[in-house]
Each structure stands twice: as structure tokens, then as C-alpha cells.
Write a protein that binds this ligand. Structure first.
Ligand code: SF4
Length: 498
């Protein structure tokens, strides 16, 4: 197969050659798990940041097409010595890349290239190689490249009034670093082109077989059919116990019930394996009762949803500060009272922080335990609200003393179920302990999906009907998060009254 190696595929090859091969030759396998909404939104975020960063170069001309017409347009503007081009496209010797910003210096007759990133810093592992691939290609096309830069978001920037584009971004000269890797990138991209051009599927095992489950890509099952769906890769933090995992794999031990006694797992890992082998649930009733006794009624099961805007939308926000747009609370005044539900969702295009804090203050009262899952998230958002809105500080600080993290019961291993697979996410816990409740049928599957859905609502990407449905989807998702906490609490509350 004749292939033009794109910069994207080269970078993917650097992460995993096999996965890059699947992307090109077996897209049906590569894309087995469709990109979740939040991953699509990462791409959209990159596009949004690039659009804003282009304002640093007011005279730039955009080459819109990516095909042969785009290459011709690029050559046309190069011959006219146009100073700034956005996305000029180059193809040479089997390599292909579009350059975010190409700047011509008429005095030296040389070019500078700028790569725009939606990150808050330079990623030394990837960005130098990314830009070196482009520099090598441009030199093959007979351009003299003088300087190479990364433009990234400035996390110290705080919006006040109109966006200050010059302050929002940092422009970092990485010319020396790019030169230092340029030769090895040339060698590596030639190898990548050869590897990815082959028609036959690369044989041999996936090197991820020596890594924990979270490191496997969606093609793992295809390339490693002998590995069961629940395998030693699912043992909690087994990726950190490299020697143990290697010994298991090298001896073809994939099932948890086949792990030999001499392999010493950590306490957490061994508990998970024991629960799996015995097919039983471990519940430390006394310890759980002690935890629950620390709670005081009314109980407020609380969950926030937020959107991390790369480009700050409101005063007081920095890049990627979270906009708190939604919460759900289930309230239980006493053990035998009716469950009450309250919620907040702002879909106006203004900063929701003030109304979020104000409505929350009314809903959450002055006393009673606030039960959350993974309290670092809610506490972090509370602190940010207090910083932006000092008048809320007293209220927001008062929440800290009332917060109880229900996930702690599982982190402390007072309850272990084989189906937790060593994890403590609310989804896993809920489906194991309260199987009649599930997120599976929900349109929104996680916080990232919720953030993306809200963003589409407030940026007018939906029709009225879609917007109404999206609002309902958000309410259903966030409401289930807090109802799930209540349901898990009920499972344990039984021990208190026995
Ligand atoms: S599972 Fe790992 S080694 Fe296998 S293709 Fe995916 S990323 Fe590559």
C-alpha cells in the first residue's frame, strides 16, 4: 500500500506501532469503541484554541483544503512570499503535514513554524518530535527553517473583561530542542512509513500484555484473543507491579484463580483476587457502621457537573477552570422520611457560579452531612467559587466540615466485590451492589459527556428540540449520580438498624 505518513499517524506510531497500523488498515477494529463525546470534545477544544491563537497573526491566510488543491494553494502563496499562512499543506517523500502557522521572514528569506497546542505547557515527550517531523518535511521541500515555536495556553492568565490574546498564550522557542531530535525523528519516520505501509497484519503479541488494563487500547482483545475478559490485567494497580505481571504472563497465567501462591500481591490486590476466587462479597459491617455513625441528618447526597473551558469565558476564569453549571441533591431528613430531590441547571450563556452558589445555599441548609463521591472534586470547585466570589467564602467554607466521601468505604476496603475489579468508581460499585440501577441506558455516560452536552446547549449547537432533550439527559444523569449514592448508603444503612 502506498502511504503518505501524516504527522498524526507518525505520533500514533510512536505511542504504539501496531495500533497505528490498525488505524490505517483495519479502521473497523481500531474504532471498535467509538470515541466518547468527551474525547470528541478534546478535538473540538484543540480546534477552538487554534482559532483563537490565530488572532496572534492578524494577516494570516488560511489554506482550507487538505487535498491536492490545498497543496497547490500552498505553493501559490509561497511563491508570492505571503508572510503568514495557516495550515499550509506539504507532501514529500511519503510524509504529509499541515503547519498550524508558517511565517516568512523576507529579510532572511527563512521561515518560522508555530505549532498551536491546547495544553498549558510544552510536552517534552511529544511536542519536540511533533514539530521536528514538520521541520524535516519542510526542509525536504526546500524551505529554510529558522525557528520553531510552541504556542500554548497560559494557565496564569485570569480573564478580566475582553480576552487578552497576547496574555492568554505563551509562545515558547523550542528551536534547539527540535534540532536535537530532528535526525532521530527522520530515522523513526522512515521506519514508521515502512511499517505502516505493509499490508499484512503485524504478528507477535501486543506489548501492552505487560501493562494493566487501563493502558490497553480498544484493539487489545483482537490482538490477544487468549486473554479472558476479566484477567490478571484487571487486578488493581497491577501495572505498577511490573515484575509480577511479567511473571504471570510469561507463564501464560491469565485467570485470577490460577495465580500461584508464591506471587505476593499487595493487600488490596490479594483481597480482590480472593473475592474473585471465592465469588463472594466482603463487607466489614462494624467498620462501615462506625463510618455511618459519623453522619448527621439531614443527609444531602450531592453531585456537581462542570465544564473546563480552555478559553476562559467569564471574568475571574483561567484556562481550563471549571464552570459549575449543574448539581443534584437528594435529601433525607431522617432515616424513615421521604427522599426529596433538588437540582440546579443553568443553560444561560452567562457565568453560572453566582446562582449556583446562591441556590445551593438555600437547598443545602446549615446543618447535616453532605455525602459526595470523590470529595476532592466538589471541594476543589467550592474553593474556586470562593476565590472568584469572595462573598460566598463563608458559606462555601462551611460546606467543608460537612462533607463525607462515600467512596472512602470502598477505598478503605470495608466492602470488596469481585465486580469492582479493584476500582472504586461509583458506576462499578453501583452495578455490583445495586444491579437494578444502571447508567447503561443513559444518553450521558460520564462527567465528560455531561460537560460536552452542556457546552453544546450554551453555544447554540442544538435545535430547540435537541436542547430540551439534552437538558433532560443532563438532569437524568446527574440525578442518578446522587440517587446512586443514596442507594449505596441504603445498602449499608441496613446494618445500623439490625
Ligand atoms: S493494546 Fe497496546 S500494544 Fe496492543 S495495539 Fe493497543 S496500544 Fe498497542
Amino acid at each position: 500500500m502506498k502511504l503518505n505518513l501524516s504527522k498524526t499517524d507518525y505520533l500514533l506510531y510512536r505511542e504504539c506501532p501496531k495500533n497505528a497500523w490498525y488505524k490505517i488498515h483495519r479502521p473497523n477494529i481500531y474504532s471498535q469503541s467509538e470515541l466518547p463525546e468527551f474525547k470528541k470534545s478534546i478535538v473540538e477544544t484543540g480546534n477552538e484554541v487554534e482559532l483563537v491563537a490565530r488572532k496572534l497573526f492578524p494577516t494570516g491566510i488560511l489554506i482550507e483544503r487538505r487535498d491536492i488543491k490545498g497543496q497547490e494553494a500552498t505553493q501559490k502563496y509561497l511563491s508570492k512570499k505571503h508572510e503568514i499562512l495557516f495550515q499550509p499543506i506539504f507532501v514529500k517523500d511519503g510524509c504529509l503535514a499541515a503547519i498550524d502557522v508558517l511565517k516568512f521572514d523576507p529579510k532572511t528569506k527563512s521561515y518560522s513554524i508555530y505549532e498551536i497546542k491546547s495544553t498549558s505547557g510544552v510536552d517534552k515527550k511529544n511536542h519536540y518530535h511533533d514539530v521536528a517531523f514538520q521541520v524535516n518535511l519542510l526542509r525536504k521541500c526546500d524551505l529554510t527553517i529558522n525557528k520553531a515555536y510552541i504556542i500554548h495556553l497560559n494557565s496564569e492568565y485570569v480573564r478580566s473583561g475582553e480576552l487578552d490574546i497576547a496574555q492568554l498564550f505563551k509562545v515558547i522557542d523550542i528551536s534547539n530542542e527540535v534540532e536535537s531530535v530532528a535526525d532521530s525523528v527522520a530515522t523513526e519516520s522512515a521506519e514508521a512509513l515502512k511499517y505502516l505501509s505493509r499490508d499484512s497484519e503485524p504478528d507477535g503479541y501486543c506489548c501492552c500484555i505487560y501493562k494493566g488494563r487501563s493502558r490497553h487500547c480498544s484493539t487489545f482483545q483482537h490482538a490477544n484473543p487468549e486473554v479472558p475478559e476479566y484477567s490478571v490485567h484487571d487486578i488493581a494497580r497491577i501495572g505498577n507491579s511490573k515484575a509480577k505481571l511479567k511473571e504471570l504472563i510469561d507463564n501464560n497465567i491469565f485467570h485470577l484463580d490460577k495465580i500461584p501462591a508464591h506471587i505476593k500481591l499487595t493487600g488490596i490486590q490479594q483481597s480482590q483476587v480472593d473475592r474473585y476466587v471465592l465469588n463472594e462479597v466482603l463487607i466489614e459491617k462494624e467498620k462501615i457502621v462506625e463510618e455511618l455513625k459519623t453522619l448527621t441528618f439531614p443527609l444531602y447526597f450531592l453531585d456537581y457537573e462542570t465544564f473546563p473551558a480552555a478559553i476562559p469565558r467569564f471574568n475571574g476564569f483561567s484556562p481550563y477552570h471549571q464552570i459549575p453549571f449543574q448539581y443534584s441533591i437528594h435529601i433525607l431528613k431522617s432515616a424513615d422520611s421521604q427522599l426529596i430531590h433538588r437540582e440546579f441547571l443553568c443553560v444561560a450563556p452567562d457565568d453560572p457560579s453566582k446562582s449556583f452558589a446562591g441556590v445551593l445555599q438555600k437547598d443545602i441548609g446549615e446543618s447535616g452531612s453532605i455525602i459526595v463521591w470523590h470529595k476532592g472534586f466538589e471541594c476543589g470547585r467550592n474553593d474556586e467559587i470562593a476565590t472568584r466570589l469572595p462573598e460566598t467564602k463563608v458559606f462555601v467554607d462551611s460546606l467543608k466540615e460537612r462533607i463525607y466521601d462515600l467512596e472512602d468505604i470502598f477505598r478503605k476496603q470495608y466492602c470488596i466485590h469481585r465486580d469492582f475489579r479493584g476500582g472504586t468508581s461509583i458506576k462499578r460499585v453501583l452495578s455490583a451492589l445495586v444491579p437494578e440501577l444502571s447508567y447503561k441506558e443513559l444518553k450521558i455516560q460520564g462527567g465528560g459527556d455531561a460537560a460536552d452536552t452542556w457546552n453544546k446547549i450554551v453555544t447554540g449547537s442544538f435545535t430547540e428540540a435537541e436542547k430540551e432533550k439534552a437538558i433532560n439527559d443532563l438532569k437524568t444523569y446527574c440525578g442518578l449520580d446522587t440517587y446512586a449514592m443514596y442507594s449505596i448508603w441504603c445498602v449499608f444503612h441496613k446494618f445500623l438498624i439490625k
